[in-house]
Design a protein around this ligand. Structure first.
Ligand code: FES
Ligand code: FES
Length: 245
């Protein structure tokens, strides 16, 4: 290195500098620099020791906080399903769909998307159609819940069930319980005079007639992967006519 420096023109000054001392600084500046370097090293040591000893405590506190907020909380419920009171204890986050299927063995109600998009999980709560996958079981306490299992009277099918059979309103049948529950509520909505977008578009502002367009609009929350729609519409129309006659 020194050979290299001495061989380089103009580097004579550099060779005269004491080894390890910063260039061109007055002596008092060196001691200041030394002081601040020492102070820095000491402070860094203290800081890292503090961080090292404090970290496990912070991590443990965070772990405890997460455990407290995610620990399962259970609730004891009594749900009135198909006219029967059913007691069950579930995680507070349990949906009505899971309560029906996993806790009460009522597997007629189907899980399709579990996101409120397909209608396979439709049940009736106080006569209104709801997606049970989007309804907490705890919220349904005190209401009358009707599932596909509760529509028939013994061996006598509900008129909507009979119409689906008669008109072949299904293929694989997976969406059918939801379709039927939805259609049962639809007939009641029509009887009450509830309007749909199609009612407004066709100028029916009082008692809407269940045309094919009306039925398709009102059943649009129930998807059928087998595309049995023409027969579903025929079944709903027949059930509506039967309900009127
Ligand atoms: S399972 Fe509930 S809407 Fe699809
Ligand atoms: S009958 Fe198969 S999904 Fe509707």
């Amino acid at each position: 290195m020194s050979t290299l420096l001495s061989d380089t023109p103009g580097n004579e000054e550099l060779q005269d500098q004491p080894q390890g001392a910063p260039c061109d600084l007055p002596p008092e500046a060196h001691s200041d620099l030394e002081f601040s370097r020492r102070t820095f090293v000491k402070a860094a040591g203290i800081l890292s020791a503090g961080v090292a000893s404090g970290l496990p405590r912070v991590a443990a506190a965070e772990k405890a906080r997460i455990a407290a907020t995610t620990a399962p909380q259970t609730v004891s419920l009594t749900l009135k399903i198909n006219g029967k009171q059913q007691a069950l204890t579930v995680d507070t986050r349990t949906t009505l769909l899971d309560a029906l299927r996993e806790y009460l063995g009522l597997t007629g109600t189907k899980k399709g998307c579990d996101h409120g998009q397909c209608g396979a999980c439709t049940v009736l709560i106080d006569g209104h159609r709801v997606n049970s996958c989007l309804t907490l079981a705890a919220v349904a306490q005190g209401a009358e819940i009707t599932t596909i299992e509760g529509l028939a009277h013994g061996d006598e099918l509900h008129p909507v069930q009979a119409a689906f059979l008669e008109h072949d309103g299904f293929q694989c049948g997976y969406c059918t319980p939801g379709q039927i529950c939805s259609a049962v509520a639809l007939l009641e909505e029509c009887r009450r005079g509830d309007l749909s977008t199609v009612s407004w578009q066709t100028g029916q502002t009082t008692s809407p007639q269940l045309s094919e367009q009306e039925i398709r609009e009102r059943m649009s929350g129930n998807i059928c992967r087998c595309a049995a729609y023409p027969n579903i519409v025929a079944a709903v129309r027949a059930a509506a006519q039967g309900a009127r006659s």
